[in-house]
Ligand binder design. Structure first.
Ligand code: ZN
Ligand code: FE
Length: 240
């Protein structure tokens, strides 16, 4: 069994702490800042085995070298982006597996936000670390890839088990809800979820992880028929 919890960093980023209960292994995903992540690691027992990077942007990688030096953790990320990521101990590509304690993560290449973006699926925790590909009620901007690539990437994530917990890289859910409600004002699942999120955020709590089933019912970027419809919706969001 693997559990995940968010650590708030920078303005609205999350690093995710993963713990494998049986062996006590610990990993962190996208540690953009070292200090708040080290604080959480030390409070939990002071061990870090693995650093997983979803993509090369500084708001996901910034604390990597400091944490590697402090804990001796191995760093895993996309071989494709080897030149613009921190030094990789485990260069990864689509379909690879990452050993983590007695469990493993599956690597899903999701080009779109960046060309080398990876997501990590841990079946043992029904966890998806979705980086800046899939947000709750949203998806990443197309900085490098095409709408066709992002649409195909989201399709692959949407095919994971519906009870998968989606652990994304940013707390964008409330802002995403405002756009989603314009796109689908009559979506009852969306309206109910948006109200839940507003209540969590009013109490200062993270809105994530969300359930993939919720995203399938409410996220407008998973609710498009084809790449052209996706591209049009993404363009409207960019102007929103
Ligand atoms: Zn990014
Ligand atoms: Fe980001």
């Amino acid at each position: 069994m693997i559990t995940a919890r968010p650590v708030s960093i920078l303005r609205d980023n999350y690093a995710w702490l993963l713990e494998e209960e049986a062996g006590g292994a610990r990993a962190v995903v996208d540690p953009a800042e070292a200090d708040p992540v080290a604080e959480a690691i030390d409070a939990a027992g002071g061990r870090l085995d693995l650093i997983l990077l979803t993509h090369h942007h500084a708001d996901h990688t910034g604390g990597t070298d400091a944490l590697r030096a402090r804990y001796g953790a191995r760093v895993a990320g996309a071989a494709f982006d080897r030149e613009r990521l921190p030094a990789l101990d485990l260069p990864l590509a689509d379909g690879d597996t990452v050993p983590f304690g007695g469990a493993e993560g599956r690597v899903i290449a999701t080009p779109g936000h960046t060309l080398g973006h990876l997501c990590y699926h841990f079946p043992a925790g029904t966890l998806l670390l979705s980086g800046d590909t899939l947000f709750s009620l949203g998806c990443g901007r197309l900085f490098e890839g095409t709408a066709e690539q992002m649409f195909a990437s989201l399709r692959r994530l949407a095919a994971l088990p519906a009870d998968t917990q989606v652990c994304c890289g940013h707390e964008y859910t409330e802002a995403n809800a405002r756009f989603a409600l314009i796109e689908e004002p009559d979506n009852a699942a969306l309206r109910a979820y948006a109200a839940e999120v507003a209540a969590l955020r009013a109490r200062g709590l993270p809105s994530v992880p969300s359930r993939l089933a919720t995203e399938l019912a409410a996220n407008p970027f998973l609710r498009v028929a084809d790449a052209a419809a996706f591209a049009a919706r993404r363009a409207r969001k960019d102007r929103f």
